[in-house]
Design a protein around this ligand. Structure first.
Ligand code: SF4
Length: 414
């Protein structure tokens, strides 16, 4: 009997969720992804649960965590790096104990989301980028470090010609591409327009004016001369199917959301004469999954507080960074990476990938399995349109974060 073809394996270590592996790890060297190699180096054993550094059985750790949660007046459940099942369990626990909930990478997510819900977004899937795009504009710092195989998988010289015609070109607006990116792109013509990325909103609005043919009197904007801006606007307008990609997590300058808003205005103006769309690169640690799960469970994205039987959503004041100072208990969930909890003035319940190094022993520490390595699960890709199934890839006795959170919830119900 013919052998069944091996099923593809999705990688859990960034928002691209590459699913072109047949045995995760085997061909990483040829694919050149250091981020995945780092994830694969997470050990399969974590030394077991601990209370203030002392080893205990899992049920003792769960009982101790439930006791802390019961006594907390203002718990914060943050990090939220987990698969869909873990996220559902975290929300159920938050509802029971009246916690605030937010994801580690929500700053970047909300720079896009806050604009998306005000004015909408003409967005592309990664599949559209690969099959249709003739001009990719990369805005701000090269996103390759956080999305190492972005070009290798979705936009490079070895892909078939774009559907509908055109020749692939790429324009880096604001910063130089990394040398690895140039190698990934191959023979694709690369243009670079350096500029002050902290003034991206001005840059994008200037380009929008030029694209729309509006009055434009500036001699330069954000370090880019009027002549260069005019040339860029012409290139954008000449695209048959353009894409503008950015990683909003890097927009750490003041009012990064306004920069996103200006980019969406530019894209809207371009769509009067051609086809152009946004490719916002987000979703590390299944952040896009956290947005999806929170939305379908509650009607709101992250930054939620379950308070006195009601649900509150506040994109500013319920960010985990802001709430750290007000919380009296932190539940920190990071199952994809060995990300320790931030400095916190109170007890910490840490559900983290094995081998996480802590500045001080958490009150309760329970090493949990890595989704896609130690157990199966589901994650959402950066573009939010595809949920990918992760497979278990190695023998492991580590509990799933979902199981641990559910056990805490059940202990609180008693
Ligand atoms: S680019 Fe991201 S999803 Fe793809 S192999 Fe690397 S870490 Fe995994």
């Amino acid at each position: 009997m013919a052998e069944e073809p091996a099923a593809p394996v999705a990688c859990p270590f960034c928002g691209l969720a590459c699913d072109d592996f047949f045995d995760l790890g085997d061909d990483l060297d040829s694919k050149g992804c250091g981020l995945a190699a780092e994830g694969l180096a997470i050990p399969a054993e974590g030394g077991g649960p601990r209370l203030a550094g002392g080893a205990v059985a899992l049920d003792q750790a769960v009982t101790a965590a439930a006791k802390l949660l019961r006594g907390s007046a203002a718990p914060l459940i943050a990090g939220l790096g987990s698969d869909v099942d873990g996220l559902r369990a975290a929300l159920a626990l938050a509802e029971r104990v009246g916690a605030t909930v937010d994801h580690l990478a929500s700053d970047g997510l909300f720079r896009n989301l806050s604009v998306l819900r005000r004015k909408g977004m003409i967005a592309l899937t990664l599949g559209e980028l690969r099959s249709r795009c003739d001009l990719l504009v990369v805005i701000g710092a090269d996103p390759r470090p956080g999305f190492p195989r972005f070009y290798q998988r979705w936009f490079n010289a070895s892909l078939p010609a774009p559907i509908g015609g055109g020749t692939r070109r790429v324009l880096f607006l604001g910063a130089e591409p990394l040398p690895e990116t140039r190698a990934d792109l191959g023979e694709i013509p690369i243009a670079v327009v350096p500029g002050e990325i902290s003034r991206l909103a001005e840059l994008a609005l200037g380009l929008r004016s030029l694209v729309a043919g509006d009055y434009f009197s500036a001699g330069s904007i954000a370090g880019v001369s009027r002549n260069v801006l005019t040339d860029v606007a012409q290139r954008l307008g000449a695209a048959r199917f353009g894409a503008a990609a950015w990683a909003a997590e890097a927009f750490t300058f003041p009012h990064g959301d306004i920069a996103v808003s200006a980019l969406l205005d530019l894209i809207r103006a371009l769509n009067r004469t051609t086809r152009f769309g946004a490719v916002p690169l987000t979703g590390r640690d299944n952040g896009m999954g956290a947005v999806q799960v929170a939305t379908w469970q509650t009607g709101y994205p992250l930054r939620l507080a379950f308070e006195a039987g009601t649900l509150r959503h506040d994109p500013t004041h319920l960010s985990w960074r802001y709430r750290l100072a007000q919380a009296d208990l932190l539940v920190w969930l990071s199952s994809f990476r060995r990300e320790p909890p931030p400095p916190f003035d109170g007890p910490v319940i840490a559900l983290t990938a094995p081998g996480t190094a802590f500045a001080a022993p958490p009150a309760v520490c329970i090493p949990v399995g890595v989704p896609g390595l130690d157990h199966a699960g589901d994650v959402f890709r950066s573009d939010g349109v595809v949920a990918l199934r992760l497979a278990r890839r190695r023998p492991s006795t580590l509990p799933r974060a979902a199981e641990v959170l559910q056990a805490m919830n059940e202990a609180l119900a008693c």
